[in-house]
Write a protein that binds this ligand. Structure first.
Ligand code: ZN
Length: 302
């Protein structure tokens, strides 16, 4: 396990040129025009053909969606996240720190070949989520609760797992808004802004309101722990963080996180089962890096 420790310690030097706040803004700006596309009546020529192929794909149950299309839809969902949850928290140093840890995990994940974007939302409400295409968010309120870097790695690992397993993309593939088209292309989305908006709305509702479902959430916990462990973090940290969340997810105030994620007790029990597997034997001694989290966030008023 000694080789892991070296990787963890070197993180800060490895990712010194990460996407900063300015790039985030630029990126979000670039994504905006996708919602303002041309008239929807231009796509009618191939309607019959689309219905036939759409019917065939519907029988197969899954619509093929490329990365560019995933990114276009995910980008629009990311914009909605920023608008809905208090805008972006403006602090380049904290953003760089989150992106450093996040990118290290993304690089050792099962989907290392796409860029990931990490944003902090300016809200007290504890929350974290992933949009299709690799847009990962966590709130200022959630970050305040994090006790060490290994917990942060576990949280980001969970979100990256949603992207690598394409959990939200499955909803798009089965979207009613896309019924009748054989393939999701940027051209098709551009030509029919109404269809594009309907798909985005479905994904928004799922990620922010209804949740991805218990099975996918527990799977993201399991895989998130594995991703963090691959970098060298103590895999037990996610469980300890979820236990910390308990008091924030009960009572009269219903946070988004409690609507969209299973009960923390259920998640902690699932993680206990995962951690008792032989591949995590002896992992208790792996680093938590509480000091590095404190140092990295010391000058920031969250
Ligand atoms: Zn989740």
């Amino acid at each position: 396990m000694k080789q892991f420790l070296g990787i963890v310690i070197c993180l800060t030097t490895l990712f010194s040129s990460l996407p900063a706040q300015a790039q985030w803004k630029k990126l979000l700006k670039q994504l905006e025009p996708k919602k303002e596309t041309q008239n929807s009546n231009q796509n009618k020529g191939s309607k019959t053909e689309n219905l036939i192929f759409g019917g065939l794909k519907a029988l197969q149950g899954l619509l093929p969606i490329g990365y560019k299309e995933e990114m276009a839809i995910g980008g629009a969902v990311a914009l909605e996240a920023v608008a809905r949850f208090g805008g972006l928290f403006e602090d380049p140093s904290v953003e760089k720190y989150i992106a450093t840890v996040g990118n290290a995990i993304a690089l050792t994940s099962d989907r290392p070949d796409i860029p990931y974007y990490f944003g902090i939302l300016n809200t007290e409400e504890p929350n974290a989520f992933a949009c299709p295409g690799g847009y990962i968010f966590m709130s200022r309120g959630l970050l305040k609760l994090v006790q060490n870097e290994a917990q942060l790695a576990g949280i980001l690992g969970h979100e990256i797992a949603h992207v690598s397993k394409k959990h939200a993309l499955e909803t798009i593939r089965r979207s009613k808004a896309l019924a009748g088209i054989s393939e999701v292309t940027l051209t098709a989305l551009d030509k029919d802004p109404q269809m594009f908006d309907s798909v985005v709305k479905e994904v928004v509702n799922m990620i922010f309101e209804n949740g991805l479902g218990r099975t996918k959430e527990l799977e993201a916990d399991k895989i998130g722990v594995e991703f963090a462990y691959r970098v060298g973090y103590n895999p037990n940290a996610l469980k300890s963080f979820i236990e910390l969340l308990k008091p924030h997810m009960s009572g009269s105030r219903q946070f988004s996180l409690s609507k969209t994620h299973p009960d923390p007790k259920d998640r902690a029990q699932n993680l206990q089962n995962v951690l008792s597997q032989s591949n995590y034997k002896g992992s208790q001694s792996l680093p938590l890096l509480a000091d590095r989290l404190v140092t990295s966030l010391s000058n920031i008023k969250l």
